[in-house]
Ligand binder design. Structure first.
Ligand code: GLV
Length: 316
């Protein structure tokens, strides 16, 4: 079978080596091609990250498309337009949950230990110990409880912070042991009112685009912190800036933006209470991702339905 890889972020050679090795372990014969070098070649399976839509729609024999990341917002609309019957399959954790848990726990400790306040004192050369908020009431609210949200919430709960969550259904996914209060999305305001650090790990869908605007974020208590590591367009960046300026939000740790790279003249770069990282919270790891994709291809070959098939109606 032929696999075509389109990934502008990773040298093709790394994907080919990893895929060939895992295919051999599963006794599958594969040919792996670099779609950007051979756009005409037709494949059975495509592995993609931000593929051009004309290439994707020219692939008429695809049995499935694998998204080389957790969020499918960049490829799902193209698939619906040009390959409506072909399953789109996302990575399920594949080593990203642990990275996300690292990123989020650093941001939670940064917020709890008042590091943004200490940075402000340092700029003034002031030596001034600050009182910490009680840990037992420093609620960490996870907006989105998919694989990334669950991994991060579990780590933060293990750090002895009170955890709550908000998900579309108000329930954890099957098989996730999530013994925390979980609000449905239509009770977002009540969830936000209880949250001292808001951790946004929602997929970007028609329902979540622009969800966190000024009115929504005002439900957070004064002095709350925000962490966004899913997609920039879930929140309104201008409203976020206003709330940082007014002090309603004490800090923002941001990995994702409506425009990436974040434009040089964006005021967020220079806001003293914003911390910016370039979409690195949880990166695709070639080895675990290739192993997972090959296992899923083997399952498809056996006539089974693999995990991670995107529900186009829900958008994730
Ligand atoms: C990264 O943003 C991903 O969706 O995996």
């Amino acid at each position: 079978m032929r696999l075509a890889v389109w990934d502008p972020d990773e040298p093709f050679r790394r994907w080919r080596e990893a895929l060939v090795q895992h295919a051999a372990d599963l006794k599958l014969a594969v040919e792996v091609i670099d779609a950007s070098a051979e756009p005409e070649a037709q494949a059975d399976f495509a592995l993609v990250w931000h593929p051009p839509s004309d290439w994707l729609s020219s692939q008429l024999g695809l049995r499935a498309v694998f998204n080389l990341g957790a969020g499918v917002d960049a490829v799902l609309p193209q698939m619906q337009r040009s390959l409506p019957g072909v399953p789109l399959i996302r990575l399920e954790d594949a080593g990203m949950g642990r990275q996300m848990a690292d990123y989020v726990s650093e941001a939670v400790l940064h917020a709890w230990r008042r590091m943004a306040d200490y940075a402000a004192l340092q700029r003034q050369g002031r030596w001034e110990p600050l009182v910490l908020p009680p840990r037992g009431s420093f609620n960490i609210g996870f907006l989105g409880l998919g694989q990334m949200g669950f991994a991060a919430a579990k780590r933060v709960a293990a750090m002895d912070f009170p955890v709550l969550a908000c998900s579309r259904s108000g329930q954890a996914r099957a098989g996730f042991d999530a013994p925390w209060p979980i609000y449905p999305l239509d009770r977002l305001d009540a969830f936000l009112a209880q949250t001292r650090v808001l951790v946004v790990l929602l997929p970007l869908t028609a329902q979540t685009r622009g969800l966190l605007d000024y009115a929504a974020l005002c439900h957070l208590p004064k002095g709350a912190h925000l962490v966004n590591a899913s997609r920039g367009a879930v929140l309104d960046q201008d409203d976020l800036l206003d709330l940082l300026h007014s002090g309603h939000l004490a800090s923002a740790t941001l990995d994702v933006f409506t425009t990436e790279p974040l434009p040089q003249d964006d005021p967020l770069w220079r806001h003293p209470r914003a911390r910016i990282t370039p979409h690195v919270a949880a990166q695709t790891l070639v080895g675990p991702a290739a192993a997972q994709v090959m296992r899923k291809i083997a399952a498809i070959e056996r006539g089974e339905r693999p995990g991670g098939v995107v529900d186009a109606r829900l958008g994730y």
